[in-house]
Design a protein around this ligand. Sequence first.
Ligand SMILES: Cc1cc2nc3c(=O)[nH]c(=O)nc-3n(C[C@H](O)[C@H](O)[C@H](O)COP(=O)(O)O)c2cc1C
Length: 422
Amino acid sequence: MGLPLSSFAPERTETEKEIHRLVRRLAAHGLLEWCLGGARDRQPDVIIEPQIPDYWPRVAPVRASDVLVLSRFAYLRRRGNDLVLESPRAGALFRFHNRKLANAVALLAAPRRMRELRRQDDFPNNELCGLLLDCQILFKIEPERVDALRAAEGDSNLVLWDFHDLLFHARSMEGRHANPQGGLYSHAGLIPPLPAVRPRWPGKKVDLRKLAAAQSRPISPKLLRDRHSTRIFDDERPIAIAELARVLDATARVQSKWSSNDTGVVVEYAARSYPSGGASYPLELYLGVSKCEGLAPGFYHYDAGSHSLVAISVPPQQLEALLRGAQFAMGAPGQPQVLITIAARFGRVAWKYSAIAYALILKDAGVLMQTLYLAATEMGLGGCAIGTANIDLFAKMTRIEIHIEGPVGQFALGRAGKVGNP
Ligand SMILES: Cc1cc2nc3c(=O)[nH]c(=O)nc-3n(C[C@H](O)[C@H](O)[C@H](O)COP(=O)(O)O)c2cc1C
């Protein structure tokens, strides 16, 4: 049994208001699905599954003269026995029970005028088109731009994204999907784990251990061997602002600048101490500070050019949610003293590189993480890489849309606690 959407507004009685509040709370926890069409005794035509906590179905207005087309980020796929239409940009996915309706939506692979579409049998009504428009699975296009679909969809930051890159980003981080995520051991009991060390090849073996004595000057053995993850911090003696400044100076500060002429366009470069694909350096550091001697708790951007921290005003609950998320990811008893969110300016890389932009960004994040580990080790501080981050929370804190700049990893930093680490 369900309730029709129209029954919520305007609320008339106290009971209706109470039901509305309850439904909103259920929706915020992702516990509601929305059904469209279908006769009373049959399955609905389409079921809408929210992907973000604040999804609430809205029907965007559609006129007969509007020209509609599918977003290039939308895709139709089999999930179990279902056919689902989704997009990394959408707040919800659409599960189609009525396959004719799915076929009809597929007609929008090319721009079509609504007036013509309505003449087709089984074509979705305005309500479904309006819901898909609201989810950015469909978009309206000016008739004179139908030959430049990529350029016509979204701002220039979106134009720079390739389909698989945005999908990978939105689905492999938290916040913009409702899929189970993280160390769930989904295949345990079904498939044995791969061995920790790869079984050796059958060829002739050259034993390098015999050469160990000859290696009189191994590479910085102390730093590399001492590096380890620290998840418990000494809150009696938190990291001090001068130590934080030194870590940032060593790892992320701009060291030199130059410009070059790339295909007729003058491009500026700003080198740092870690390597970056194409010297793009798309990564930005945002600091969630809970305990740092000499620095007020809050959220900051590290301006790598001027080596300074710039405060960003955020509601305390958002900072708390950020720090709690990191604590949870580390299975730690307390919050990190400083949580570095590694965010990427995606367009910086995608402007040059096709198909490999997002992969390059993740590789950059990996080398930056190791650089942070080594700096922390050298200074006697503790750190821990965190592979995940909530892209929706970051978007709310920075008020930057997810496709412009967003987190690709995090690093917890502080003075190591005395208790052993897991
Ligand atoms: C990309 C990446 C993601 C990681 N994510 C997490 C994480 O979410 N939570 C956590 O507790 N540790 C995380 N770690 C730390 C690893 O668990 C740790 O490096 C590994 O257990 C080896 O231990 P060591 O760093 O002390 O040598 C991550 C490490 C890397 C490189």
